[in-house]
Design a protein around this ligand. Sequence first.
Ligand code: ADP
Ligand code: MG
Length: 270
Amino acid sequence: MKESKQILSVENLKICFTQYVKGLKTRRITPIESLNVSINAGEIMAVIGASGSGKSLLAHAILGILPGNALCEGDITYCGQPLTEEKKIELRGKEISFIPQSVNYLDPLMRVSEQVKIGLPKKDADKQQKELFHRYGLKEKDGELYPFQLSGGMLRRVLFATSIRDNIKLVIADEPTPGIHPEALSTILNQLRAFADDGAAVMLITHDIVSALTVCDRVTVLKDGKTIETTMAENFSADGRHLQHWYSRALWNALPQNSFSVHEEVEAWL
Ligand SMILES: Nc1ncnc2c1ncn2[C@@H]1O[C@H](COP(=O)(O)OP(=O)(O)O)[C@@H](O)[C@H]1O
Ligand SMILES: [Mg+2]
């Protein structure tokens, strides 16, 4: 089998924040300690972990949109080259596409059709925007609305439409599916699969392991800012005996369709 090309590699990522507590007293928190993940062309890597395990910070570190008080260490490589802060700015929205977790990333003062057109080739931005709306079940007239006038599910679909661009090599989707009805859910998962089948590397950050497993190739499990296991998607099956780490097995077995046995460490997940 042909080795596929590595698009993204994150090695020994560490992120800490210095916070002021009382007056000039500071404390340092380190939500990401030693995080490793790599994604090849043509592959969907699901990144799973409880709330607060560092999934969004990982996405933001790759995109260069961490808050100013964050200190970031480690090596991030994109297509074999160090992904510097300048490169992140240059590639974001072009080769590197982001579907954020929060709909607050949309501009509240701009009509949603205009937001979807940003970054599309000028000469057929109108046409492409209309096609994207159609693809995601949005009506043409919805484009005239501002974000506050749309439901959460519709906003998620608008966000998704803003991520579809030509020449995408890396897609980072941060929990793209919550609150979305089943039909739109499968459209979105299928679109992520299509990105990968076209040769992009896709990072699918999610809580929903079951949906992710329908499209992903591998899974990286995070716990408290550390990578604890990266494994083939098919190892999440039966009683999870092929998973190496007890925590991955605990996550898997806590699902209602499995034995529903809730280990105290995964309670926060549910
Ligand atoms: N700007 C920030 N300042 C301080 N701590 C932060 C900041 N952003 C995130 N964190 C902390 O980092 C941890 C991981 O956050 P996040 O990556 O958003 O988790 P996840 O997306 O997995 O739910 C959380 O415990 C959160 O409190
Ligand atoms: Mg998050």
